[in-house]
Design a protein around this ligand. Structure first.
Ligand SMILES: [Zn+2]
Ligand SMILES: [Zn+2]
Length: 361
């Protein structure tokens, strides 16, 4: 991705020499996430274009140097299939790392496929090989999961998991998820696993709501064919007129926030997880929507390694009920990466994946 709004190019890079502690992956699949669409529109700050996009990826170890185990202590060898935590470089020395205990706000934090430049090497997943720097946290794909499962879940799997945990969903709660993209689908699934009594999903298009049902949504509301008033009436009808205990925003649409707060019961919890880019301010009524409502509002910025590990573990146990592999709507070769981005942007596929070494569809 040479720069905002510029066509995706296929470029040749030299085969990297491995420094001690590094791993070279042969890419099996890398995700095309909504963030990549935002990157292509130039909507994220601090992106060192040109970049090799692709932050969540699965690959087979082609070579490794002085590495014997993954981040969880499992032995690693050539041929093993792994994924890795896309965040790297968190310093462990700054105020946010040490005192605030919010490493996701560490100024040294870099993300594969987003804040590493292609000038610095194969540091993104839309490439035949991915260079894992020393210290990148790799994880073997858990027993029972396939590469398709993991990439079908992608970063939405981890973000949805983190959002549900951030919401502290009480057992038996009614949970509303706004948005039926990869984050919303994962949030709906994990809300159910967490012990929600009912999960309601508002989203679009219809095909994604069908997926939401497969991920455990009890009620779905098609956004584009309902008015705010109708959605309000439907949610109140399902909650004794009170509104939901927890709402999770996974739309990236600013108007979802006041609506979600209005659908929340008094004393409920609202988590904003879909605003990874700045789409501008919203109008809130601080009295009715927050203060008198006694609402808790929380943001979820990115994910930590703990979310990756525990989301995969839970996914492995409940794989039969979590058809993330079926979220993959298209597989694209490197030369079709531009088309993959366009298809994700136009919502033609719930999720696109890049398969740099084939087989593409
Ligand atoms: Zn992503
Ligand atoms: Zn730090």
């Amino acid at each position: 991705m040479p720069g905002p709004r510029k066509a995706i190019e296929v470029r040749d890079f030299p085969e990297p020499a491995l420094e001690p502690g590094a791993i070279l992956l042969e890419t099996i699949a890398s995700e095309v996430c909504g963030t990549d669409v935002h990157l292509h529109h130039g909507r994220l700050a601090g992106v060192p274009y040109p970049i090799i996009p692709g932050h969540v990826s699965v690959g087979r170890i082609a070579a490794l140097r002085d590495v014997t185990h993954d981040a969880l202590g499992a032995p690693l060898t050539e041929g093993d299939v792994v994924t890795f935590y896309d965040v790297h470089g968190t310093c462990g020395k700054c105020w946010y790392c040490l005192v605030g205990r919010q490493p996701n706000r560490c100024p040294e934090r870099r993300v594969y496929g987003i804040t590493f430049s292609a000038d610095d090497g194969l540091l993104g997943g839309w490439a035949e090989r991915i260079y894992l720097k020393p210290g990148v946290l790799t994880v073997k794909i858990p027993e029972g999961l396939t590469a398709d499962d993991v990439i079908g879940g992608g970063c939405g799997l981890f973000t949805g998991f983190a959002a549900v945990e951030r919401a502290d969903v009480p057992m038996g709660a009614t949970v509303l998820v706004q948005g039926a993209g990869p984050v919303g689908l994962a949030a709906a699934a994990f809300a159910g696993l967490r012990g929600a009594a009912a999960v309601i999903v508002i989203g679009a298009p219809e095909a994604r709501l069908e997926l939401a049902r497969r991920f455990g949504a009890d009620e779905v509301l098609l956004f584009e064919s309902t008015s705010p008033h109708e959605r309000d009436a439907a949610v109140r009808g399902l909650t004794g007129g009170r509104g939901v205990d927890v709402a999770i925003e996974a739309t990236g649409n600013a108007d979802a926030v006041p609506e979600g707060l209005r659908l929340l019961r008094d004393g409920g919890t609202y988590v904003i997880a879909g605003h990874y880019t700045d789409v501008g301010p919203v109008n809130l009524n601080a009295h009715t929507d927050v203060n008198r409502k006694h609402a808790q509002i929380r943001g979820q910025w990115g994910t930590d390694f703990t979310h990756v590990v525990r989301a995969l573990a839970l996914f492995a146990r409940h794989r039969a009920h979590l058809p993330f592999r079926d979220v993959i709507g298209g597989r694209y070769g490197l030369s079709d990466a531009g088309r993959a981005l366009a298809d994700v942007e136009a919502l033609r596929v719930p999720k696109a994946v890049i398969v740099p070494n084939g087989p593409a569809e």
